[in-house]
Design a protein around this ligand. Structure first.
Ligand SMILES: Nc1ncnc2c1ncn2[C@@H]1O[C@H](COP(=O)(O)OP(=O)(O)OP(=O)(O)O)[C@@H](O)[C@H]1O
Length: 240
Protein backbone atom coordinates (compact mmCIF):
# COMPACT_ATOMS: atom_id res chain seq x y z
CA UNK A 1 0.00 0.00 0.00
CA UNK A 2 1.25 3.49 -0.86
CA UNK A 3 1.40 5.78 2.20
CA UNK A 4 0.06 8.66 0.08
CA UNK A 5 -1.92 8.76 -3.15
CA UNK A 6 -3.11 12.00 -4.78
CA UNK A 7 -5.59 11.89 -7.65
CA UNK A 8 -6.33 14.98 -9.74
CA UNK A 9 -5.71 17.28 -6.79
CA UNK A 10 -6.12 21.04 -7.14
CA UNK A 11 -5.83 23.82 -4.58
CA UNK A 12 -6.47 27.56 -4.95
CA UNK A 13 -6.01 30.38 -2.48
CA UNK A 14 -8.06 33.57 -2.43
CA UNK A 15 -6.10 36.76 -2.04
CA UNK A 16 -8.76 39.47 -1.79
CA UNK A 17 -10.58 39.19 -5.11
CA UNK A 18 -7.68 37.35 -6.76
CA UNK A 19 -7.71 33.59 -7.24
CA UNK A 20 -4.21 32.08 -6.80
CA UNK A 21 -3.84 28.58 -8.27
CA UNK A 22 -1.31 26.75 -6.06
CA UNK A 23 -1.75 23.15 -7.32
CA UNK A 24 -3.37 21.95 -10.51
CA UNK A 25 -4.47 18.38 -11.23
CA UNK A 26 -1.67 16.71 -9.30
CA UNK A 27 -1.40 12.92 -9.52
CA UNK A 28 1.22 11.34 -7.27
CA UNK A 29 2.00 8.12 -5.42
CA UNK A 30 4.49 8.22 -2.58
CA UNK A 31 6.25 4.88 -2.30
CA UNK A 32 6.71 3.29 1.15
CA UNK A 33 9.90 3.39 3.19
CA UNK A 34 11.75 5.84 0.98
CA UNK A 35 13.09 9.38 1.01
CA UNK A 36 10.89 11.38 -1.34
CA UNK A 37 11.86 14.98 -2.05
CA UNK A 38 9.41 17.51 -3.46
CA UNK A 39 11.68 19.96 -5.27
CA UNK A 40 10.86 23.25 -6.97
CA UNK A 41 11.47 26.97 -6.91
CA UNK A 42 9.96 29.31 -4.38
CA UNK A 43 6.21 29.60 -4.96
CA UNK A 44 6.01 26.39 -7.02
CA UNK A 45 3.58 24.76 -4.57
CA UNK A 46 5.81 22.55 -2.37
CA UNK A 47 4.40 23.65 0.99
CA UNK A 48 0.84 23.50 -0.33
CA UNK A 49 1.45 19.93 -1.48
CA UNK A 50 3.03 18.97 1.85
CA UNK A 51 0.13 20.57 3.77
CA UNK A 52 -2.39 18.49 1.81
CA UNK A 53 -0.36 15.30 2.35
CA UNK A 54 -0.09 16.14 6.05
CA UNK A 55 -3.86 16.75 6.34
CA UNK A 56 -3.13 20.27 7.58
CA UNK A 57 -5.18 21.69 4.72
CA UNK A 58 -7.83 20.31 2.38
CA UNK A 59 -7.83 20.06 -1.41
CA UNK A 60 -10.46 21.98 -3.39
CA UNK A 61 -10.72 19.16 -5.87
CA UNK A 62 -9.46 15.59 -6.21
CA UNK A 63 -8.70 12.74 -3.81
CA UNK A 64 -6.06 12.62 -1.08
CA UNK A 65 -5.44 9.17 0.38
CA UNK A 66 -3.15 8.88 3.42
CA UNK A 67 -2.34 5.50 5.01
CA UNK A 68 -5.21 3.95 3.06
CA UNK A 69 -7.76 6.54 4.21
CA UNK A 70 -9.62 8.91 1.90
CA UNK A 71 -9.11 11.98 4.08
CA UNK A 72 -11.94 13.92 2.40
CA UNK A 73 -14.33 11.75 4.41
CA UNK A 74 -12.95 12.86 7.80
CA UNK A 75 -14.40 15.74 9.84
CA UNK A 76 -11.96 18.37 11.11
CA UNK A 77 -11.82 16.69 14.54
CA UNK A 78 -11.34 13.24 13.04
CA UNK A 79 -8.62 14.66 10.79
CA UNK A 80 -6.76 16.05 13.82
CA UNK A 81 -6.91 12.62 15.51
CA UNK A 82 -5.82 10.94 12.28
CA UNK A 83 -2.80 13.27 12.01
CA UNK A 84 -1.80 12.58 15.61
CA UNK A 85 -1.79 8.82 15.06
CA UNK A 86 -0.45 8.45 11.53
CA UNK A 87 1.84 11.38 10.80
CA UNK A 88 5.00 12.99 12.14
CA UNK A 89 6.08 16.51 11.20
CA UNK A 90 9.46 18.24 11.02
CA UNK A 91 9.68 21.98 10.27
CA UNK A 92 12.49 24.26 9.15
CA UNK A 93 12.01 26.40 12.29
CA UNK A 94 11.89 23.26 14.48
CA UNK A 95 8.56 24.39 16.09
CA UNK A 96 9.52 23.14 19.53
CA UNK A 97 7.71 24.55 22.55
CA UNK A 98 10.25 26.89 24.18
CA UNK A 99 9.01 26.41 27.76
CA UNK A 100 9.28 22.62 27.60
CA UNK A 101 12.47 20.58 27.96
CA UNK A 102 13.74 18.32 25.17
CA UNK A 103 12.20 15.39 27.04
CA UNK A 104 8.81 17.11 27.42
CA UNK A 105 8.76 18.18 23.76
CA UNK A 106 9.25 14.59 22.60
CA UNK A 107 6.74 13.35 25.18
CA UNK A 108 3.97 15.75 24.11
CA UNK A 109 2.51 13.75 21.16
CA UNK A 110 2.38 10.67 23.40
CA UNK A 111 0.57 12.62 26.14
CA UNK A 112 -1.95 13.80 23.58
CA UNK A 113 -2.69 10.15 22.74
CA UNK A 114 -2.99 9.30 26.47
CA UNK A 115 -0.12 6.81 26.32
CA UNK A 116 0.60 5.52 29.86
CA UNK A 117 3.54 7.23 31.58
CA UNK A 118 5.74 4.12 31.87
CA UNK A 119 5.51 3.50 28.13
CA UNK A 120 6.00 7.23 27.43
CA UNK A 121 9.17 7.36 29.46
CA UNK A 122 10.66 4.31 27.74
CA UNK A 123 9.80 5.61 24.29
CA UNK A 124 11.09 9.16 24.89
CA UNK A 125 14.37 7.96 26.35
CA UNK A 126 14.89 5.47 23.51
CA UNK A 127 14.32 8.20 20.93
CA UNK A 128 16.46 10.84 22.63
CA UNK A 129 19.20 8.23 22.89
CA UNK A 130 18.78 7.33 19.21
CA UNK A 131 19.18 10.98 18.14
CA UNK A 132 22.25 11.41 20.38
CA UNK A 133 20.66 13.64 23.03
CA UNK A 134 20.37 11.33 26.03
CA UNK A 135 22.42 13.84 28.04
CA UNK A 136 20.26 16.85 27.08
CA UNK A 137 16.86 15.68 28.25
CA UNK A 138 16.41 18.64 30.66
CA UNK A 139 17.59 21.33 28.23
CA UNK A 140 14.99 23.66 26.80
CA UNK A 141 15.19 24.49 23.06
CA UNK A 142 16.88 27.82 23.87
CA UNK A 143 19.69 25.86 25.51
CA UNK A 144 20.33 23.71 22.41
CA UNK A 145 22.09 24.34 19.08
CA UNK A 146 20.09 24.43 15.83
CA UNK A 147 21.18 20.90 14.94
CA UNK A 148 20.29 19.64 18.41
CA UNK A 149 16.85 21.32 18.18
CA UNK A 150 16.22 19.57 14.89
CA UNK A 151 17.25 16.27 16.51
CA UNK A 152 14.65 16.85 19.21
CA UNK A 153 12.11 17.62 16.47
CA UNK A 154 13.00 14.36 14.69
CA UNK A 155 12.55 12.40 17.93
CA UNK A 156 9.20 14.15 18.49
CA UNK A 157 8.07 13.37 14.93
CA UNK A 158 8.81 9.69 15.51
CA UNK A 159 7.37 9.48 19.04
CA UNK A 160 4.04 7.92 18.10
CA UNK A 161 5.74 5.51 15.66
CA UNK A 162 4.12 6.97 12.53
CA UNK A 163 4.80 5.26 9.22
CA UNK A 164 4.99 8.63 7.48
CA UNK A 165 7.02 11.73 8.37
CA UNK A 166 6.63 15.01 6.48
CA UNK A 167 9.49 17.47 6.65
CA UNK A 168 9.18 21.04 5.34
CA UNK A 169 12.69 22.25 4.38
CA UNK A 170 14.27 20.42 7.35
CA UNK A 171 17.82 21.63 6.65
CA UNK A 172 17.00 25.22 5.60
CA UNK A 173 18.11 26.78 8.89
CA UNK A 174 21.20 24.63 9.38
CA UNK A 175 24.75 24.97 8.06
CA UNK A 176 25.68 22.34 5.47
CA UNK A 177 27.65 20.13 7.87
CA UNK A 178 24.87 20.09 10.46
CA UNK A 179 22.33 19.58 7.66
CA UNK A 180 24.29 16.55 6.43
CA UNK A 181 24.25 15.11 9.97
CA UNK A 182 20.49 15.64 10.22
CA UNK A 183 19.94 13.93 6.85
CA UNK A 184 22.10 10.98 7.91
CA UNK A 185 20.12 10.73 11.14
CA UNK A 186 16.80 10.74 9.28
CA UNK A 187 18.12 8.07 6.90
CA UNK A 188 19.18 5.90 9.84
CA UNK A 189 15.81 6.33 11.55
CA UNK A 190 14.05 5.53 8.28
CA UNK A 191 15.95 2.25 7.92
CA UNK A 192 15.59 1.24 11.57
CA UNK A 193 11.92 2.17 11.92
CA UNK A 194 10.71 1.53 8.33
CA UNK A 195 9.28 5.02 7.94
CA UNK A 196 8.54 6.92 4.73
CA UNK A 197 9.97 10.46 4.71
CA UNK A 198 8.62 13.15 2.40
CA UNK A 199 10.63 16.40 2.27
CA UNK A 200 10.05 19.69 0.57
CA UNK A 201 13.36 21.29 -0.23
CA UNK A 202 15.47 23.25 -2.63
CA UNK A 203 18.65 22.13 -0.83
CA UNK A 204 20.87 20.17 -3.31
CA UNK A 205 22.16 18.14 -0.35
CA UNK A 206 18.62 16.90 0.35
CA UNK A 207 17.96 16.23 -3.33
CA UNK A 208 21.16 14.18 -3.56
CA UNK A 209 19.91 11.97 -0.71
CA UNK A 210 16.51 11.35 -2.32
CA UNK A 211 15.32 7.93 -3.42
CA UNK A 212 12.50 9.59 -5.31
CA UNK A 213 12.43 13.19 -6.51
CA UNK A 214 9.25 14.98 -7.57
CA UNK A 215 9.90 18.19 -9.52
CA UNK A 216 7.12 20.74 -9.31
CA UNK A 217 6.64 24.03 -11.16
CA UNK A 218 3.70 26.45 -11.12
CA UNK A 219 1.62 23.94 -9.16
CA UNK A 220 2.14 21.09 -11.62
CA UNK A 221 4.39 18.05 -11.47
CA UNK A 222 6.99 18.35 -14.21
CA UNK A 223 8.79 15.05 -13.66
CA UNK A 224 9.40 12.25 -11.17
CA UNK A 225 12.68 10.37 -10.80
CA UNK A 226 12.82 7.15 -8.84
CA UNK A 227 16.18 5.70 -7.85
CA UNK A 228 16.82 2.11 -6.71
CA UNK A 229 20.00 1.50 -4.62
CA UNK A 230 23.17 1.52 -6.76
CA UNK A 231 21.23 2.28 -9.93
CA UNK A 232 20.82 5.39 -12.06
CA UNK A 233 17.61 7.39 -11.48
CA UNK A 234 14.69 6.35 -13.69
CA UNK A 235 12.30 8.99 -14.96
CA UNK A 236 8.72 7.85 -14.57
CA UNK A 237 5.82 9.09 -16.59
CA UNK A 238 3.75 11.80 -14.95
CA UNK A 239 0.09 10.83 -14.97
CA UNK A 240 -2.06 13.38 -16.80
N1 LIG B 1 -2.24 31.57 2.25
C1 LIG B 1 -2.03 31.91 0.97
N2 LIG B 1 -2.79 32.86 0.38
C2 LIG B 1 -2.63 33.20 -0.91
N3 LIG B 1 -1.71 32.63 -1.72
C3 LIG B 1 -0.91 31.70 -1.20
C4 LIG B 1 -1.03 31.27 0.18
N4 LIG B 1 -0.09 30.33 0.42
C5 LIG B 1 0.57 30.14 -0.73
N5 LIG B 1 0.09 30.95 -1.71
C6 LIG B 1 0.52 31.01 -3.11
O1 LIG B 1 0.42 29.69 -3.63
C7 LIG B 1 1.53 29.40 -4.47
C8 LIG B 1 2.29 28.18 -3.91
O2 LIG B 1 2.84 28.53 -2.65
P1 LIG B 1 3.68 27.50 -1.75
O3 LIG B 1 3.89 28.16 -0.42
O4 LIG B 1 3.01 26.19 -1.77
O5 LIG B 1 5.05 27.43 -2.57
P2 LIG B 1 6.49 26.84 -2.11
O6 LIG B 1 7.01 26.11 -3.29
O7 LIG B 1 6.34 26.08 -0.85
O8 LIG B 1 7.31 28.17 -1.88
P3 LIG B 1 8.58 28.42 -0.87
O9 LIG B 1 9.70 27.51 -1.35
O10 LIG B 1 8.88 29.87 -1.07
O11 LIG B 1 8.10 28.10 0.53
C9 LIG B 1 2.36 30.68 -4.54
O12 LIG B 1 1.96 31.39 -5.66
C10 LIG B 1 1.98 31.40 -3.27
O13 LIG B 1 2.12 32.80 -3.44
Amino acid sequence: MYPIVLKQVSKHYRLGSVDVPALQNVNLEIHPNRFTVIAGQSGSGKSTLLNLMGCIDRADKGEVWVAGQDVRLLSDNALADFRAVHLGFIFQNFNLLPVLSAYENVELPLRMLNVPSVIRKKRVMELLDAVGLADKTKNRPGQLSGGQRQRVAIARALATAPKLVLADEPTANLDSQTGAGILALMRRMQCELQVSFVFSSHDPQVLAEADDAVFIKDGQIMSIERCEPNQAPVKVEVMA
